[in-house]
Each structure stands twice: as C-alpha cells, then as structure tokens.
Design a protein around this ligand. Structure first.
Ligand code: IVH
Length: 684
C-alpha cells in the first residue's frame, strides 16, 4: 500500500473508532492501539502535506497545550522529525543528505529516541529562565515551576564552564521505568486509573498544576539539541559534550557514524541493548553532525532535512496459549481473554491479552497449546497478532471456539452483528448487576467515592443491594446489624475498637450516598448506564430535554432532531424507557431525592444563542479562564472544537493567539472575536 493509500485507510479506520468510542461507547480497540494509529497518521500526514484535510481525525487532536498553564511563544519553532521504519528508508535518508551536500563528506550523529515529551529550556546568564512544552510547535505551556523539581535539570550552571550568556537547550522529559512502576502500583492501591506507559505518565505529571506532585514522581530529562546565537561548537556532537560539562544530562550512547553501515550497526546494537536502559525508547535519531552542513540542508515545513527518526519495530515474542477465558461486562458484552505462559516482553511480564471479540478471536484460528505471537508497541497493553506458524505441529490441540453460554449464569449468549459483540441477555447476571452499580457510583457519574467495588460486591453478596436504587434504602442498622443470640435477641456489648471503626466507615458510606443526591441531572442520566449514552450524550440530552420526564416522552424523531444524537443512541433510549423495571427504578430514585431535571439555576443559565456554532478558543484571556469560556459556550448551546477548519463558526481569541492559527483563520475566512465581543454576543 502506498503511503497516500495508508493515510486514507487510517482516516477511515480512525473515524470508525472515534464513532465506536464516543457515540457507541463501545471501543473495538484499546486506547493504546488508537493512539498508535493516530500517531502513525500524524506522521504520514506530516510527510504528505499535499494530502492535508481539515476533516482528518488528526485535526481533532490539536496540540498538547493545556488550559492550566500560561501559553508562551517559542523563541524558535519546535519542529518534529520525519520517521523511517526500515533499513531501506534509512539508506535513502543518507543518500538524500549526500546529494543535498553535493557529495561533500559528512558524519551522522546517532542517538537514542527518548520516549517522553519534549521540552525547551531557556537559560540566561547561567540560570534557568523558562521551561516550555512543545505545544503546537509555535507556542507551548510554561511549565517552569514543575521543571524546577526535576533534579537532573540544572537550575544554575557552574561558573566559568564556558556556556553562552543566552541559549536554548531542548530535550526530553521522561519517567524512568522504576518511577513508572512505583507510581502505577500506588495508583492501583488507591483504585486510580493506571498510566498506559511512561510517556503518558511523564506528560500527566509535567502538566499537573501542583509542582509537589511533579517533585514526588521523580521525572528525569535528557538533553539533545542546543540552539542560540553564540553556540560554541561547530558540530552537534561537540555541543552536546560541552552541554554535559555545563551540567546537563546527555546520553552516553551518542555516537558518530561515517556512513550508512555505521548507522545501521548502531541501530542493530540498540534495538537489543535498549531493553537494559532504565527508561523507554522508541527509536533512534540520526542527525547530520556539522552545523554548517545542517544549515545548508535546511528545513521542510515540518521537519529538518538534516535529521530523521528511525522507529523500532514493535516487540514480538512467542509463548504458549493455555486457554481462553471470558469476561462479562456491565452491559452483558462478553470479551474473550487469552491466558498464556508468562513471558517477558518490553520490560514487563505478560500472561493475559484481550482478544476483543468473537470475530477477532476466530480470525486468529487459535488452538489450545499453540505458540502465539504477542506484540507490544510503545504501549503497555499486549496483543496477540497471530499463531507462530513455524511451530505448528500435526498434533495441534483443540481448536478454540467462542462459548455459547454465559460463563457466569449459563444463559444462552446472543450476538449483535452490528457491533460484532456477543452478549448475555440476562440482565440479572451477577457481573452485569455489579457492573451497573459500579458504573453508577463511579467518579464521572454519582461520584460516591466512599464505596468501592469490593464493598459493592459484599453488600450484594449479603443481600443488601441488587440495584442502584437499593443504595438509597441502606441504613446504619442494615449495614451494622446488632449481634443476636441463638433466639434472635440482640446482645448488648460494649463495641470493640474494631467495631467502632466499622461503624465509622459505614457512616461514611451513607454520607457519600446522601451527598450524591446533589449530583446534577446530566450526571444522573449518565449514571443510569443506558447503553450508548456516554458522558457527552448524557450532557447533550439533559441540555435538550431538561428533565427525565421530557426525555421519556420523546419519540425517536424528537431524539434524532438533536445534533449528535444518532439512531443507535435514540433507539437504545426508547428501548430503555420501554422496560417496566427501569421505570420502577427511576421512580425509586426520584423518591430518594436524586436530581431528575436541570436545576433552576442551570435552566436560567442556558440559552440557544450559540446553537449549532462550532467555536475554537485560542490565546490567553483576561476576564475568564479558558475552562470558564468553554463552559459558557456549552451553556449557550455552542460546541467547543479543537482546531480551525472551514466549518468553524468563529475563533474566540485572547492575547497571544498563535500565528499559525491566525493565518489559518484568515485563509479560511473564519471570523475572530475578542473576549469583549464574545461576552457582548452572549449577553444580547
Ligand atoms: S531532535 C529538529 N533528538 O522526538 C530536531 N528529538 O518528532 C528536533 N525525541 O519532538 C528533535 N529523542 O520529542 C531529537 N535524541 C532526540 C530525541 C528526540 C526523542 C523526540 C522529540 C521530538 C520527536 C521527533
């Protein structure tokens, strides 16, 4: 497939995965695989600017700019690198350089490609002045306070070491494997979501508003690029050795190559040796060493012609498949999971991998005892990519076929072809009941954080709850029943300290449940766990119908009138309201005091003034924060979008709007409104 065709294919796939995720609430692939495809598309689009399309899924991603930090312009744009994936492409790069230099001899500096996030450090008079993330390459987030907590970044440079008065040094902030594993263990204990890989963890940490969090998590930084008007060395390598003397952490792996053979042997050596490094790498970076030669080769729109990245192949190992087990989720969907002999893969031990659904599993044609190939890209979740054909013997084990009955309750499974899902139709199946309650209490729903999965399980087993409405009937007496004698008479004893503790924690549970009665209607709607009604759909429905009663009365047509509500969601809602059990549940929740409509305040704040308008926010604001502006846009019926396209209604621009965005808006004829103009518009 040509790269152009691959771009088209990736766009179609990513649109479908977006829909599965956001609309159907039913992802077919892991977040990590999604990110991988998105990165691949970004890389290919960077290589083929002629194929730019404002409707590409990459245009939704925007930059890594966050709302929390001040946005500042880079002294010089931060370019990215073009990627190569095989020896052939590396050789072509070397040839291109040679042609570009008209046959002049040159050296290539080979170095690790650190898998973290890039940072630009600005030093003046030997002191760290400012640290800025890459952002969109033109402007980034000022994360100086967080960067100051990274011990390996010098705040003050040693006197007399020969550094220029003013310079910029760029590098990668990363989280070493040891810190990453420790952090995830701590998060697992606290029941918090785990970071998928050290890159996400480093990024989440560097963009945490509280520098103490950053300090605790032990980030590290390697520097790999020196820029400025008075840079001492004539070559990149020389400059990096000097930077090391000034106190910066520069990789020892950096090596000069005289030709393509040297480059390829460096790649080969590190493809293996990188696994012993204490941090994650995802490739090798090749840079023409001499600065004059770099200048003469110049830049393309996105990346320098004098440098390129080589990305390592995803790692693959072979291990034995022992059995496939099945997990039943809250909506009844049954997911097959491969259980394998434990095997070391890219730094972790792997023994389980999701097989997604019956189609994916069947396509792999698995047999018990097969040697299977397990792969892991830059990510943490492994996947089975196929059977190791070279190891298939005539005495192959039993073929694995998808189960016909629910492993939990024995009900005959059904299949929904549209979603390629197999599900258990018995909504009283244990994991479904527990899953619904767990979803109901989760943070983005009712946020009853005094309850966790184990307590829910215990209450269910003890017969205290079997649906979400039962939570509101719980009392201290039910949770801490008095001890009784053989005849059922209460025994009065002085409570032990353990008993008192228990009492206290149950009181805490009840307080959490009580507090959830204040949770706004849109989150109650999400908490009900109606299929396909995710967080965003629930918000949209709440804004449009304003109460559960109005939503219940809505016909399919009424529902479809709402922008972004499609047939799948609409039909699912109609079906849900047709079920008598759900109506009874709603009535009990209403009686318990849950919010079944928008509050007076929410009602009065909402208007249709920005209905159907897609709005991009950019720059730094005076009167409100970016988040407040986003909320205002939603309150008035508008939609926040990440990047400017022909469909953008207008840009709400604060100070320092990036030149790239300005140019794009001008080119597409998109209006730019100031803060004051915008506020006047919604106050009309
Ligand atoms: S040099 C103009 N060197 O890879 C050259 N980048 O797309 C700029 N990276 O954004 C980058 N290790 O975050 C360079 N040794 C290395 C690197 C490296 C990792 C990252 C960097 C950049 C991306 C390239």
């Amino acid at each position: 497939m040509s790269e152009q065709d691959e771009i088209l294919q990736l766009r179609a796939d990513l649109h479908r995965h977006n829909h599965n995720y956001y609309v159907l609430n039913q992802p077919e692939i892991s977040d990590q695989d999604f990110d991988y495809l998105m990165h691949r598309l970004q890389d290919l689009e960077a290589l083929h600017p002629e194929m730019a399309d404002p409707n590409s899924p990459t245009q939704r991603v925007g930059s890594d700019l966050s709302n929390e930090f001040e946005t500042v312009k880079h002294l010089r744009p931060m370019l990215s690198l073009a990627n190569t994936y095989n020896q052939q492409e590396v050789s072509e790069f070397v040839e291109r350089v040679s042609e570009g230099l008209h046959g002049e001899p040159f050296q290539i500096c080979c170095e690790m490609k650190f898998d973290g996030l890039s940072i630009s450090l600005h030093y003046k008079d030997g002191k760290l002045l400012r640290a800025v993330t890459r952002g969109d390459g033109v402007q980034g987030d000022d994360v100086t306070e967080n960067v100051r907590t990274i011990r390996t970044i010098p705040l003050v440079l040693p006197q007399g070491a020969g550094w220029p008065d003013e310079f910029e040094i760029r590098g990668e902030v990363l989280m070493p494997w040891s810190s990453f594993e420790k952090l995830n263990q701590e998060r697992a204990v606290k029941g918090e979501q785990l970071f998928a890989n050290p890159r996400n963890a480093a990024s989440g940490t560097l963009k945490n508003k509280d520098p103490r969090v950053c300090a605790e998590r032990h980030l590290d930084a390697y520097l790999y690029y020196l820029l400025g008007d008075n840079i001492p060395g004539e070559s990149h390598y020389e400059n990096m050795q000097l930077a090391r003397q000034w106190g910066f952490k520069v990789s020892d792996a950096m090596t000069l190559a005289d030709g393509v053979e040297d480059v390829l042997s460096f790649i080969q050596r590190w493809d293996e040796a990188r696994h012993a490094l204490p941090f994650a790498t995802d490739g090798i970076v090749l840079k023409v060493n001499n600065l004059a030669q770099q200048r003469s080769l110049g830049l393309t729109a996105k990346s320098p012609r004098w440098a390129i990245a080589y990305k390592f192949q995803a790692e693959q190992v072979s291990t034995i498949l022992r059995e496939v087990t099945y997990q039943v989720g809250r909506t009844g969907v049954v997911t097959p999971v491969a259980n394998m002999d434990p095997v070391q893969l890219a730094g972790t031990i792997v023994k389980r991998a999701t097989l997604h659904n019956a189609d994916v599993m069947t396509a792999l044609d698995l047999h018990v005892g097969d040697a299977v190939l397990v792969e892991k890209g830059g990510e943490i979740i492994p996947k089975i990519v196929g059977v190791d054909e070279s190891q298939i013997t005539p005495q192959r084990g039993e073929p694995i076929t998808f189960i016909t009955h629910c492993p939990e309750c024995g009900t005959l499974l059904m299949r929904n072809d549209e979603e390629a899902a197999t599900f258990c139709p018995n909504d009283q199946c244990r994991p479904q009941i527990l899953g619904r309650i767990e979803h109901f209490i989760s943070r983005k729903a009712m946020n009853i954080d005094s309850l966790g999965p184990e307590t829910v399980d215990k209450y269910f087993t003890d017969g205290l709850i079997s649906n979400v409405a039962d939570l509101y009937d719980l009392t201290l007496e039910k949770l801490c029943p008095p001890a009784v004698d053989l005849f059922g008479n209460p025994i009065f004893t002085t409570p032990s300290s353990k008993g008192k503790q228990e009492h206290l924690s149950q009181r805490n549970v009840l307080a959490g449940i009580e507090k959830s009665k204040e949770v706004p209607f849109e989150r109650v709607l999400f908490a009900l766990g109606i299929r396909f009604v995710g967080e965003i759909a629930a918000k949209t429905l709440a804004r449009n119908f304003k109460s559960i009663d109005a939503l219940r009365q809505a016909t399919l047509d009424d529902l479809l009138q709402v922008n972004t509500i499609g047939v799948v969601i609409a039909q699912s809602l109609i079906r849900w309201f047709q079920d008598e059990k759900n109506i009874l549940l709603l009535e009990r929740l209403r009686k318990a005091g849950l919010q079944m409509e928008l509050s007076e305040q929410e009602l009065s704040e909402h208007t249709d003034r920005l209905l159907e308008q897609s709005i991009v926010i950019s720059g730094v604001f005076q009167h409100h924060s970016r988040d407040e502006y986003k909320a205002l846009i939603e309150k008035h019926g508008g939609k926040n979008v990440g990047s400017i396209s022909a469909k953008t209604s207008f840009v709400l621009a604060g100070a320092n709007m990036g030149p790239a965005k300005l140019e794009k808006a001008a080119k597409l004829g998109v209006r730019i409104l100031s803060e004051d103009e915008f506020l006047a518009m919604i106050a009309e």
